[in-house]
Design a protein around this ligand. Structure first.
Ligand code: SF4
Length: 584
């Protein structure tokens, strides 16, 4: 990397002692590029083996990459921590202004350690770090209000990121999220709970650095090519026009749209919840992360009448995407789009990860239907498919945890089903609730084997739809395909770009961009770096007790027919075994 690049600066913040320091680690960035690669190393170094994810010993690592601030769609920040939800590797990505703000503040990574005695928020403005009292913000019912107040107090308007938690994080729901700029999130695996455990309400970052490039002319050339591809390609146009909600109708048509806790794969109200219907009826505006010309973030404008006064209306701006539509819509049998938008809004205000909340509520509904859970457990609530008003109340109770049952739900379906039964329909893979794809075995193997048990690890759902719907693959061939994709994604999440731009950032483009940023690699070295980072993640996971043999495959996943062939326990286990051997 270029020696003048501030990327090598790592800011360490100690919340216990209210101190900070900067270390220069060019060695780490030269070896692992940035983002996920560097964050994995920092997690290895800062997180003690067997540490409590909600203890002061669990660090929060934020890392950006060499392309951040230089190229379009290099808009994401990687967060790395030990997950309170799975007890293992926690990795979550978020856009908004987070990445560009951290880079412009002059850092490649920020490591937050310890625990404050009182609620605080961190304000990092370039080289200044402030520990601000957040006692008056703690306990506020709406995370949106917290954002408004911090916006008024802090400088750096237009350049800063405000990453904050809601009540769910304060109450340490193990799938609480961290919101950045309201509509983007570090969603999965409970970063919000780790913030809460540290009495950390928010992190504000801003800065005005400029960044060096190796060869200005080459930089401009490759920038122009990427920008043109991002603004003219058909794939990116779809993200702009309809967003990820474009996936609702194709997946429903394919019978791969998980419905009512995956008892079905087609939802009768899919048309109502489609990207097309949302755009026509509710789309209020589109937003973009910093340095992204695509603007895939779709915000619905929901107008609600005042409860008492006639002719008075409140308009809420609510973001929607495919995964929230699946999780809080089809999985709960909620076909009323306005009911769904209210559910999404409530989860946003509380700071919950929607992709987890949906499968938790769908498990709870089926558990109550089957008599495993009584109205005494639920405090009088009777959950039933489609009843979004009762789901609103249940969502609130998950956060407030008024009794043992809601405290169990606040730890996810793996935990709740270990107490109340119903593991066969508790839809978690590696402890992480399933995403919205029942396309076939590759989707589920992909989540089981993925370093963070996410559909974004290796996109198994794509292998199902492109290959396994037409032909069979041996477990070895499937395992190799998923491993190759996952290794490549380590590069994309280390440089760090938005996965939606993965077709634009092919190998040659990545090498050209890296060269402009001062990294002179060839393709073999690049691919080896991806494999190394992948192995390093598994080294952390193994250290914290992960084993392939210990993975649970919920019966419901095997019983519900999927469009692609090969959905059997034997095939899935054989593929996992091949992956295990390849990673050792
Ligand atoms: S495509 Fe969407 S998620 Fe990706 S960087 Fe752009 S606005 Fe953000």
């Amino acid at each position: 990397m270029l020696s003048s690049d501030p990327l090598c600066n790592i800011l360490y913040v100690d919340l216990t002692r209210k101190r900070f320091r900067v270390e220069q680690r060019q060695d780490l960035f030269d070896r692992y590029l940035g983002g996920a690669g560097v964050a994995t190393q920092l997690l290895h170094q800062s997180c003690p083996e067997g540490g409590d994810p909600l203890g002061p010993e669990n660090p929060i690592v934020f890392a950006v990459g060499p392309l951040t601030g230089l190229f379009p769609l290099a808009s994401k920040t990687v967060a790395m921590f030990k997950s309170p939800h799975t007890g293992n590797l926690g990795e979550s990505h978020c856009g908004g202004r987070s990445a560009v703000a951290i880079r412009m503040a002059g850092y490649g990574a920020i490591v937050i350690e310890g625990r404050s005695e009182i609620p605080i928020y961190l304000a990092i403005h370039g080289s200044d770090v402030h520990f601000r009292d957040a006692s008056t913000l703690w306990g506020m019912s709406s995370s949106l209000t917290v954002g408004h107040i911090i916006r008024e107090r802090e400088p750096g308007s237009g350049l800063r990121t405000i990453m904050r938690i809601g009540r769910a994080g304060e109450r340490m729901v193990t799938y609480a999220c961290v919101a950045a700029e309201t509509y983007r999130h570090f969603g999965r695996l409970g970063l919000g709970a780790v913030f809460g455990s540290k009495n950390l309400k928010a992190v504000v970052v801003s800065g005005k650095r400029s960044l060096p490039v190796a060869d200005n002319r080459a930089y401009r050339r490759v920038y122009k090519d990427i920008y043109e591809a991002a603004t003219s390609s058909e794939a990116m146009k779809k993200y702009h026009d309809l967003g990820t909600a474009q996936n609702v109708l194709p997946l429903n048509k394919l019978s791969a749209f998980p419905t009512r806790n995956l008892q079905e794969t087609k939802f009768e109200a899919a048309e109502e919840l489609s990207g097309e219907a949302f755009a026509q009826r509710y789309l209020g505006r589109r937003l973009a992360c910093s340095h992204c010309p695509v603007a895939c973030i779709h915000i619905a404008a929901l107008r609600e009448p005042h409860e008492v006064e006639p002719y008075f209306y409140k308009t809420s701006m609510i973001s929607y995407d495919y995964e929230p539509i699946y999780a809080m819509g089809s999985m709960l049998g909620v076909g009323d789009p306005e009911g769904l938008l209210r559910l999404l809004d409530r989860a946003e205000v509380l700071g919950l990860d929607l992709m987890t909340t949906g499968p938790v509520l769908s498990w709870a509904t089926e558990a109550q239907e089957k008599g495993l859970v009584s109205e005494k457990d639920t405090g009088g609530l009777r959950l039933s498919w489609g009843d979004w008003k009762t789901y609103l109340e249940a969502t609130q109770r998950i956060v407030e945890q008024p009794n043992d049952y809601f405290a169990a739900l606040a730890r996810g379906v793996e935990h709740a089903s270990s107490i109340y039964g119903g593991a066969e329909f508790a839809l978690a893979l590696g402890g992480n609730e399933m995403p919205g794809y029942h396309t076939g075995p590759a989707a589920h193997v992909g989540c089981l084997m993925g370093a963070r048990h996410s559909h974004l690890d290796n996109a198994g759902y794509s292998v199902d739809q492109k290959v396994l719907v037409k032909e069979e693959l041996s477990p070895e061939a499937l395992g190799d395909a998923l491993l190759e994709e996952e290794s490549w994604r380590q590069i994309l999440s280390s440089i760090v770009i938005c996965f939606f731009a993965r077709e634009i950032y092919d190998r040659d483009t990545v090498l050209c961009c890296l060269k402009a940023a001062g990294f002179d690699l060839d393709v073999d070295r690049l691919l080896k770096t991806g494999r190394d980072i992948h192995r390093e993640k598994f080294r952390f996971k193994a250290r914290e007790g992960f084993t392939f043999d210990g993975l649970r495959i919920p019966e419901r996943i095997l019983e519900t027919k999927a469009p692609a062939s090969g959905l059997s326990e034997e095939y899935i286990r054989a593929t996992l075994d091949h992956v295990r051997k390849a990673l050792v």
